[in-house]
Design a protein around this ligand. Structure first.
Ligand code: URP
Ligand code: ZN
Ligand code: ZN
Length: 466
């Protein structure tokens, strides 16, 4: 169907896909890529973009964000408009949001609510992971309806006891249903009981500041959750995906499950590659700003995560974008257990991964594209519509300037928050043009697009080989 948008001819594109690199022109019409070849003629009325000296990437996909989120006595700060514009400014053209009704809520009502929040309000495309936060008699029928609407993944929390968290019986039932429906299950893997006991013990000892958040959820607690999730996958035959894996013991548990033949993909999120527990130990509210779960870890884990990413043992890099402002963080000034958990990053993920992975590290460009775009598209039923620059794919294209220098600052961010967890970090590149289905949404570092362009993405034929 014609989109009514101006056709685009991108000349001299250095096209980087997860499995190829070619120099060619890219013709875009009707929202899709219609031709990739050298020396194409511009159709009448086309806008011609010269991409010389730039890289052309498939639109990036953030597989783990929170936008509408009632959580820990408050609500995350972004709207779909602010988060999607921030995403686009950073080169992300699709995000997958956690749809998170609590145990007290009805799942289907929750799904409709999350959809209504996003519809018409997102500047980029989106989908949802549907959280299963309890498993009652009406759950299978409700989840079938949600899957029939095109959703390809569920989410379970082994943490957050009594709010989002499921017990082992509920995890088993969810995994059995997911296997039947051909749906992948994403999981937050921390042992809820241990977290709760350790929190109470630390508070009783007068350890109330944000520096005690990490000791209340140590690496072993995450490793146990990851191992248990893997064991349940092994015994149900479901496909799984660990979200925000943060440390070596959890990685070992995931790799051990894979070695037993379990279908388990691994996501890590950008804060865990670059920030560490010392950020949460900063005095006062500065520490609180760096409280997320799993917590920022001992920095010895950084090398482990970067190596695992390079090797492809970590499949995807997301953000777990979850903005709470300074006043909200201060809800936990007397007890670290009341600090709303979350660090934003939807705007910074791609540039940080490019800068500290590719430019200043040893991550290859192809693995960068794979981890930040292609693999998520394959795992979550969006490929080859998304995640690749190819004829017939959606024209979500990032023309990336690898030489642009900037410094991250809350003063210039688009996320709706009054601080930035990565404040002061240097960046070595940025998207100069970003298109969503052929429409230029970002040009020269400015949002110039249509605030309601985003569409809910529905399942493509499964393409989940890794
Ligand atoms: O700290 C975090 N990660 N907040 C958001 C909720 C979650 O666990 O993903
Ligand atoms: Zn989580
Ligand atoms: Zn999350």
């Amino acid at each position: 169907m014609p989109s009514g948008d101006t056709p685009l001819l991108i000349r001299n594109a250095d096209i980087v896909n997860s499995d190829s690199r070619t120099r060619a022109d890219i013709l875009v019409d009707g929202g899709v890529i219609t031709r990739i070849a050298p020396d194409l003629d511009a159709p009448p009325g086309a806008e011609v973009i010269d991409a010389s000296g730039k890289l052309a990437f498939p639109g990036f996909i953030d597989p783990h964000v929170h936008i509408y989120l009632p959580f820990m006595a408050t609500f995350a700060k972004d709207t779909h408009e602010t988060a999607s514009i921030a995403a686009l400014m950073g080169g992300t053209t699709t995000f997958i949001e956690m749809c998170c009704p609590s145990r007290l809520d009805d799942a289907l009502d929750g799904y409709q609510l999350w959809k209504s929040k996003a519809e018409g309000n997102s500047a980029c495309d989106y989908s949802f992971h549907m959280s299963v936060t309890k498993f009652g008699t009406d759950t299978p029928a409700q989840l079938c309806e949600i899957v029939a609407d095109g959703i390809t993944s569920f989410k379970i929390f082994l943490a957050y006891k009594g709010f989002f968290g499921v017990d082992d019986a509920e995890m088993y039932q969810t995994l059995m249903l997911a296997r039947e429906l051909g749906v992948i299950v994403t999981a937050h893997c921390e042992n809820a009981e241990l977290v709760s006991r350790l929190q109470q013990r630390l508070l009783a000892e007068g350890k109330t500041g944000p520096e005690w958040h990490e000791p209340s959820r140590p690496e072993s607690v995450e490793a146990e959750g990851t191992h248990r999730f893997g064991t349940f996958l092994e015994n149900t035959g479901a496909r799984g995906y660990v979200v925000h894996l943060s440390c070596e013991p959890a990685l070992r548990a995931a790799l051990a499950a894979q070695a037993r033949g379990v279908s388990l993909a691994v996501e890590s999120v950008i804060p865990h590659f670059l920030l560490d527990e010392s950020h949460a130990a900063r005095p006062g509210v500065e520490g609180m700003k760096h409280v997320m779960s799993p917590p920022l870890r001992n920095p010895r884990n950084h090398n482990v995560l970067w190596t695992a990413l390079e090797q492809g043992w970590i499949d995807t890099v997301g953000t777990d974008h979850c903005p709470f402002d300074t006043a909200q963080k201060l809800l936990g000034k007397d007890r670290f257990t009341e600090i709303p958990n979350g660090i934003p990053g939807i705007e910074e993920r791609v540039n940080l991964l490019y800068t500290y992975g590719v430019k200043r590290g040893t991550l290859t460009l192809s693995r960068f594209v794979d981890a930040a775009s292609t693999r998520a598209a394959k795992l979550f039923g969006l490929y080859p519509r998304k995640g690749v620059i190819a004829e017939g794919s959606d024209a979500d294209i990032v023309i990336y300037d690898p030489d642009h220098k900037s410094v991250i600052s809350a003063a210039t961010q688009h996320t709706n928050n009054d601080y930035n967890g990565f404040e002061g970090m240097e960046l070595d590149g940025r998207p100069s043009i970003v298109t969503v289905r052929g429409k230029i949404q970002v040009r020269d570092g400015q949002f110039v697009g249509d605030r309601g362009r985003g569409r809910l993405l529905r399942r493509e034929p499964q393409h989940d080989e890794r």
